[in-house]
Design a protein around this ligand. Sequence first.
Ligand code: HEM
Length: 454
Amino acid sequence: QENHKGRDDSRFLDQFLPCSSSLSLPGPPGHFLIGNMMELKHDHLPIHLTNLAQRYGSIYRLKCGTTTMVVLNSSEVIREALVKKWCDFAGRPISYTGNIVSGGGCNISLGDYTEKWKAQHRLVHSSLQRCCKKSLHDVIERQALHLLKVLMGYKGRAVDLSEDFTVAASNVITTLAFGIEKLPNPVFAHLLKEVVRRDEIIGRHLNNYKQSQDKKNQDVITGSLLQGLDNQNTEDKALLTDIHVHMATVDLLIGGTETTAAWLNWMVAFLLHRPEVQELVYEELCTVLEGRYPKYSDRHRLPVLCSLISEVLRLRPVAPLAVPHRAIRDSSIAGYFIPKNTVIIPNLFGAHHDPEVWPDPYSFKPERFLNEGGGSGGGSTRDLIPFGGGARLCLGESVAKIELFLFSAYLLRDFQFLLPESETSLPDLRGVASVVLKIKSYEVVARPRPVTNP
Ligand code: HEM
């Protein structure tokens, strides 16, 4: 395998021989996608890759310019690569744009699997755990109540809720990170795209934080991260600097805003398509909670709500192609030899629409999760992998799960979401895929539920 060093891996990837048979890794012939790649950016790339899986199977190669990528399309092969062989596929490909937005690879999501990355990951993971344990539930509850007030203020008018969902999700993560609710910009999502201004504002906050007495306040993530920097043990000492805290904060703000907000918008849209599901969730919330708002610990008593959450995550995993991985050594997937440096695309959207696992995969059927263990609905939470897995598992998974649960429970307890009377068509569920899979904007009426139980 050492002989591969220094060679252009993409060229000989074509000649892959599966370890167990003489067939080469399948895939579309030639540079099929080069011309189409830019167009596909605005179309639905995950659907396109999923359609190719019908022809080429759950693992295939794809040529794109000078790079050849390997696309994984079933939960089985994705788990083999990301979880079972995590130490072979924990790398990230280096890209020009990635380098610009990540301060030269100093963030968690785009940083390669190095000793520095591991130290940064340890630091962020432990800070996140500590702060979430103390205050996550309270912070989300406060934001959920605020969101209810905002919706009440619309007084039944038809509105596009995407901005309100973005503000709510953004407030959760900025409160956790800085102990403040809003960064000084009303359109936070846009701000995050402007790297320079983003860095200026986050840098200013970190500096203020360092100089303030709050520095030792480990209840907020930045306090905890900065304290962690001070306490670096000798092993990590030379590794991490302020830029790693800065970029990790950016990671959490970006990861924690767009994803949750996009998911909430999908959930409401799917419920407009099947209003009877909304009624079932509402009945369950009324019966189980007897008028109070839920806690995350109530989730085991709210299976209908949980099935709705799982089904929306299945149909619209908000990071449909995860983040590309890179093989950091020669390895294999499904018996195919995969050389070091190969770019791996985990097609989570494809895995969630695999007809071998999910009967009627394109239909919105939360009930499939209620029939787990023998029913006819098919599908199991084991095959649900919206957060990826292994060394690169979404760092915010536990934050996200609590947010999705509490926000949706609060919203569906207090409001009935309806298609505006003036609207003749239901929201378009095809979505627009970039890194985050979002729904095209649509309007909805949030009608307050009666205060008493039905
Ligand atoms: C990475 C999904 C919410 C922070 C990821 C990945 C996925 C994902 C698929 C890539 C995994 C891979 O590379 O294999 C989701 C979904 C969310 C969500 C579906 C909500 C519905 C969040 C939140 C945060 C967050 C709330 C922060 C608080 C991150 C970070 C990474 C990441 C930092 C990079 C991890 C790494 O490269 O090791 N997420 N995410 N995510 N997510 Fe999330």
